[in-house]
Design a protein around this ligand. Structure first.
Ligand code: IVH
Length: 366
């Protein structure tokens, strides 16, 4: 291979482009099809050359370079990221009465007459971890956890392994200068169970629920482990943006979808609070049949100019509320207790229960 010394910026750029293309093709064959097209040694040589080119010409190392993607050296610990717009939490309502009170407060605050309808956007409350994804000119440049709402951890590399997180927005060249998309990283129930099966075989840590599994997977220092964990993302909010692409909540989510994000299909515009309460009941009915865990329904005032006027009280918006589902409970009888022996010799007691239905699922072992 050529020496870097004496290489012109123009030649370096051309070589970098060709090399990046070649590495991406090998990556796709290896990661997506499980069919490597080169030996490990050849692959390493290509990557090393790319790293050397970027060391000599740092402007070539943009976010789309294969050096910035998975398989890159693991970071030691996570850096801190200060959120430009704080990541807030939501107030809770526990019954329909509290939802009507919420609407009453909004009406009074905005000074609305009785004839004016307040439309709400109802969305499932995903039981995962919120994340802030920063896009500059349509490219994913940084991802962070919520942390304390003001400052989170830089988990950019790990987020690159989330299945439905676009590294580049689909925009036809009209990408916003800055757009921070917020939403929930979660794991589907079947992926969680499969992960625990694998963990058990390895004698590794068993996760208590999909949320814990998602959290543990995001916190890996080695991003290739995160990438193997089948994490997914639902987009539902935004942080710092140069321009908001719509004037209603549901319109922004349509834009998210067009950019390539997953938005939750059960989300719905409700023309008034009675429809919103109906949406809550429908989502609660569907809860047990969903592929992922939800713990309530979030209601947001659909008009963004009203959201703006309503603003925040302490750490929650006045324009949104979460109606949590009541905790699911059921009683039954333990019929037997068996001790299972794992491959590594780990002993796990299993209670054989008289089958009981909790939230639409029949439980017979614990
Ligand atoms: S909106 C300013 N929408 O619930 C509004 N949050 O208690 C910010 N969550 O930290 C949040 N699903 O992790 C919103 N559809 C949804 C959500 C959702 C889950 C989580 C999120 C947030 C927490 C608030």
């Amino acid at each position: 291979m050529k020496e870097i010394d004496g290489l012109s910026a123009e030649d370096a750029k051309a070589e970098h482009k060709a090399l990046a293309e070649e590495i991406r093709t090998h990556d796709a064959a290896y990661y997506q099809k499980d069919e490597p097209t080169v030996s490990d040694a050849e692959y390493d040589a290509l990557r090393n050359r790319l790293v050397a080119l970027e060391a000599a010409f740092p402007e070539l190392a943009d976010e789309t370079s294969p050096t910035q993607k998975l398989g890159a050296a693991p970071a030691r610990g996570f850096g801190k990221v200060r959120h430009k717009v704080p990541m807030l939490s939501l107030d809770n309502a526990f019954n329909s009465e509290e939802l009507r009170d919420f609407e009453g407060r909004i009406r009074r605050f905005l000074g609305l007459g009785a004839e004016e309808e307040v439309a709400f956007f109802a969305e499932p409350k995903i039981d995962g971890l919120s994340a802030n994804l920063r896009y500059e000119k349509g490219r994913f440049v940084q991802g962070a956890t919520r942390g304390d709402g003001q400052e989170g951890e830089d988990i950019t590399e790990n987020l690159k392994g989330v299945i439905d997180l676009p590294l580049e927005l689909k925009t036809n060249g009209e990408a916003p200068e800055v757009f921070e998309v917020r939403g929930e990283v979660y794991m589907r129930d079947e992926d969680f169970m499969e992960l625990n099966r694998q963990q058990e075989e390895k004698g590794a840590k068993i996760f208590a629920n999909p949320r814990n599994a998602a959290a543990g997977s995001l916190r890996q220092l080695d991003s290739s482990i995160t990438a193997s964990r089948k994490l997914r993302f639902f987009a539902y909010a935004w942080g710092e943006v140069t321009e908001v692409p719509a004037d209603i909540q549901s319109g922004v989510l349509e834009q998210f979808e067009a950019w390539g994000f997953s938005v939750n299909a059960l989300s719905k515009v409700c023309t008034n609070m009675e429809e919103a309460i109906e949406a809550y009941r429908r989502i609660e009915e569907l809860r047990a049949s969903l592929e992922y865990d939800i713990d309530g329904v979030v209601f947001k005032v659909n008009r963004l100019d009203w959201q703006q006027r309503l603003g925040f009280v302490s750490r929650s918006p006045r324009w949104a509320i979460a109606h949590k589902f009541p905790a699911e409970k059921a009683s039954t009888v333990i019929e037997d207790i068996e001790i299972q022996v794992g491959r590594t010799g780990a002993l796990t007691p299993v209670a054989r229960l008289h089958p009981v239905t909790v939230g639409g699922v029949v439980v017979s072992n614990a």
